[in-house]
Design a protein around this ligand. Structure first.
Ligand SMILES: Cc1cc2nc3c(=O)[nH]c(=O)nc-3n(C[C@H](O)[C@H](O)[C@H](O)COP(=O)(O)OP(=O)(O)OC[C@H]3O[C@@H](n4cnc5c(N)ncnc54)[C@H](O)[C@@H]3O)c2cc1C
Length: 412
């Protein structure tokens, strides 16, 4: 249980919304050096993932459903409120701890990893950063202990161009009325709480976009079609409809017309989580195949991992995983230090998703036919890796962000 002793062991104080830190006198450490709290997170999540999730990963994938027991255990382990302060029932840990947890989960099952990732880095963070005290008091204890959250931005007509959304909000005597639909919403089958973006004043374009919160029971909110996917099949992805959904004034998240700013900020941070999901996936795929080639499978009288042709491929892949992890943890540390991390987060997500896809694809080949069948996890890692280049901004969108910021730097 992380919640009980997390604060006691913490050496890295939560620095979420503090002013930028002066790092001039800080002693540099290796980027992947963990504080005691972060190391504890890695160890506990690894134990939990291997003992409780691994035996169910294949079955959940085949059934295309998250086992409710796994969800319950994620709450029990304190993994659903990593950065939520203890006063609200969370673990009160820092951002990098969340990243460490997301990576460890993805080594074993990227579906469980994204469930925890979206809940923590998008939903919980949105409430912590922008919600009224009333919303915080009502929802943070639930989000930390028993209620899954969804982040509803994308729509059938608006993906990469997220702010071209058609979902509308209008003011009523008591609050707001929402009409429209959302698509691709992670966790939505299991969620009890939704953050919904809608345009309150389309004449203002993206400056009309406003964020609202609503519980699952809200009249007029319905969870429609559940997508059948290539990968991360145990993670639910659904269409949501809003038909004359009336919500009170208190359901406003932050300020009217600022939803686009919140979405941009949240996705910038969230991207580091997806990058960690991808490095975790690459580590899992590598470990699975390395164990096979260096312990189990012999051809021509020797272990197949002893052939130089194989060794070079394994060495190349490991180098790329380490390079991706350096980008991920550097982005996380910069975010926590209050430095500008937008380009770093984009680079981390772009590269980690490329490495995950490449390594998990190679790992199948290293295992030959055994990599191709659905008995083990090799083929699942590869299927799961494809999503890294799509959600929370496609690879082209990451490249666009990186290039835009570089151009700014290099323009006289
Ligand atoms: C499994 C899954 C889970 C998801 N979870 C969530 C969630 O929880 N909440 C949520 O709000 N959304 C979620 N999404 C939506 C996701 O963020 C979008 O799918 C993503 O932003 C891409 O949008 P799109 O699918 O409409 O692709 P499109 O925007 O149609 O892009 C298609 C292709 O065009 C390219 N392209 C588009 N614009 C440009 C450009 N300007 N320059 C160059 N290339 C361009 C893209 O890079 C891509 O290759 C999820 C999606 C999936 C598949």
């Amino acid at each position: 249980m992380l919640r009980s002793n997390a604060r006691f062991l913490s050496t890295t104080q939560p620095r979420r919304f503090a002013e930028p830190h002066d790092l001039t006198d800080a002693l540099p450490t290796p980027i992947t050096h963990f504080s005691e709290t972060e190391a504890m997170m890695a160890e506990q999540v690894s134990k939990f993932a291997n003992s409780s999730i691994l035996p169910k990963a294949r079955e959940m994938d085949e059934k295309e459903a998250m086992d409710p027991e796994i969800i319950e255990q994620c709450f029990e382990q304190g993994l659903m409120g990593i950065e939520i302060p203890e006063a609200y029932g969370g673990a009160g840990m820092n951002f990098t701890s969340a990243i460490v947890g997301i990576e460890e989960l993805a080594r074993v099952d990227p579906s469980v990893s994204v469930m925890v990732d979206v809940h923590n880095t998008l939903v919980n963070t949105a409430i912590l950063k922008y919600a009224s005290e009333e919303i915080k008091k009502e929802w943070l204890p639930k989000l930390a202990t028993n209620t899954i959250g969804s982040f509803c931005l994308s729509e059938p007509i608006s993906g990469s161009d997220a702010f071209a959304m058609a979902t509308k909000a209008e003011k009523t005597a008591d609050g707001y009325r929402i009409n429209g639909s959302k698509m691709w919403i992670t966790n939505s089958m299991e969620a009890g709480f939704f953050i919904v973006f809608a345009n309150l004043d389309p004449s203002k374009g993206y400056k009309g976009i406003t964020a609202f919160v609503m519980p699952k029971e809200t009249k007029g909110l319905s969870i429609a079609k559940k997508e059948k996917k290539l990968g991360i099949k145990a993670s639910s992805t659904c269409v949501l409809n809003f038909d004359d959904v009336d919500i009170p004034k208190s359901a406003l998240l932050g300020k009217e017309g600022e939803g686009y700013k919140y979405a941009i900020g949240l996705l910038n941070e969230g991207r580091i989580g997806i990058a960690a999901q991808m490095t975790g996936l690459a580590l899992g795929a590598f470990a699975n195949a390395a164990s096979y080639v260096w312990n189990d499978r012999k051809q021509f009288g020797q272990l197949i991992g002893e052939f130089q042709g194989m060794q070079h491929q394994l060495a190349q892949s490991w180098t790329e995983i380490c390079a991706a992890r350096a980008l991920v943890f550097n982005a996380a540390r910069k975010k926590e230090a209050g430095e500008d991390f937008v380009k770093d987060a984009a680079m981390a997500k772009l590269y980690a998703s490329q490495v995950a896809q490449k390594v998990s694809g190679s790992a199948i080949e290293w295992m030959g036919g055994m990599g191709f069948v659905r008995e083990g996890l090799a083929e699942k890692y590869w299927r799961d890796s494809k999503i890294g280049a799509i959600y929370e901004g496609t690879s082209n969108i990451q490249l666009q962000t990186i290039a835009r910021l570089l151009q700014k730097e290099y323009t006289h």
